[in-house]
Ligand binder design. Structure first.
Ligand code: PLP
Length: 338
């Protein structure tokens, strides 16, 4: 296999920039399990302030952040509602069930990526000894790179409020959504009790997520973070990368979205490809499965990294791909179809 020259596999592949590494090297640190790391404390305060919440917790990964959120909302034998393709249901190795003793109630997605409000409300269970008790609804936005409407989030929040449920947002790429919507993240986060944000995706940090939310929920999460082995020590070195990302890498997400559109337009020139115009930095295309296999093999051989199978491909733009990568990849695609 050839080395990857144009890497569109994921926005997790970014490497810390020179400026980010300098900020990490200069970070003031302490023992964060003792609450002594000034840089971690600063990142947590900054994120809580930005999202308009009481408190925040720096954690090693988005997976741990979602798990901690669910564990704060639910006790043993309780239930969370999430989409059938939600990361916290499908892509976290069953952690909520295994480590949290929490049962998932997955809900089918509609064509636009949302869950039907009727399905959510119909799945809520309370006050009957047959059932696990529903405690929280988890939304994800962006979802597969798609920006789900704020009106949808508010409608689900209304259901949660009427049934006295918690509301969690897996906002791994919430900043992408906010940049695409031109919306302040405080307003985006407003309906939620807890929000999980990844620093290690489009924001370009090497490690880390932040769970933000109500003080009582974050306090439980802090204890469970220790239990799960996520209590880090001089993690200010990592938090400094997150602070640098908040200062330097949020507004520029618009460039990633622009490049995803350029890719989409270039790919859509080929009739065999069914391209969905991207809202943010994740582009999906579908094609005949046999063609998909040949096309993916060609891209791999040519040093273009993408993911996908069964005739579906995912291309992701990020900090470490530029206009030259977009042009280079599209030239290779043209060559394949010529
Ligand atoms: C990447 C991702 C996560 C998990 O983040 P990790 O840091 O990889 O554990 C959670 N939710 C969504 C939507 C993601 O894309």
């Amino acid at each position: 296999m050839n080395a990857i020259r144009h890497d569109f596999r994921s926005d997790t592949v970014t490497k810390p920039s020179a400026g980010m590494r300098a900020a990490m090297a200069a970070a003031e640190v302490g023992d964060d399990v003792f609450g002594d790391d000034p840089t971690v404390n600063l990142l947590e305060q900054r994120m809580a302030g930005m999202l308009g919440k009481d408190a925040a917790l720096f954690v090693p990964s988005g997976t741990m952040s979602n798990l901690l959120a669910l564990m704060s909302h639910c006790g043993r034998g309780d239930e969370f509602i999430a989409g059938q393709n939600a990361h916290c249901y499908k892509y976290e190795a069953g952690g909520a069930a295994v480590l949290g003793s929490i049962q998932p109630q997955p809900i089918a997605h509609q064509a636009d990526g949302t869950m039907a409000l009727y399905d959510i409300e119909g799945a809520i269970k309370k006050g009957d000894s047959h059932f696990a008790t529903t405690r929280v609804v988890a939304l994800e936005n962006t979802f597969g790179g798609r920006v789900l409407p704020v009106s949808y989030m508010l409608a689900v929040a209304d259901i949660a409020r009427r049934h006295a449920l918690g509301l969690h947002l897996d906002g791994a790429r919430a900043f992408n959504a906010c940049v695409a919507l031109g919306l302040d993240i405080k307003e985006f986060a407003a309906p939620f009790d807890t929000v999980s944000i990844c620093l290690s995706k489009g924001l370009g940090a090497p490690v880390g997520s932040v769970l933000v939310g109500r003080a009582d929920l974050i306090e439980i999460a802090r204890r469970n973070r220790k239990m799960l082995g996520g209590g880090l020590r001089q993690s200010g070195v990592l938090a400094a990368a997150g602070l640098y990302a908040l200062d330097n890498n949020v507004a520029r997400l618009a460039q990633d979205h622009q490049r995803a559109k350029m890719l989409a337009e270039g790919l859509a020139r080929h009739e065999a490809l069914r391209v969905t115009m991207p809202d943010t930095n994740i582009l999906w295309l579908d094609m005949d499965a046999e063609l998909g296999q040949r096309f993916t093999d060609f891209l791999t051989e040519s040093g273009v990294g993408v993911t996908g199978r069964y005739g579906q491909q995912r291309w992701v733009t990020h900090l470490d791909v530029g206009d030259d990568d977009v042009a280079g990849a599209l030239a290779l695609v043209d060559q394949f179809f010529a």
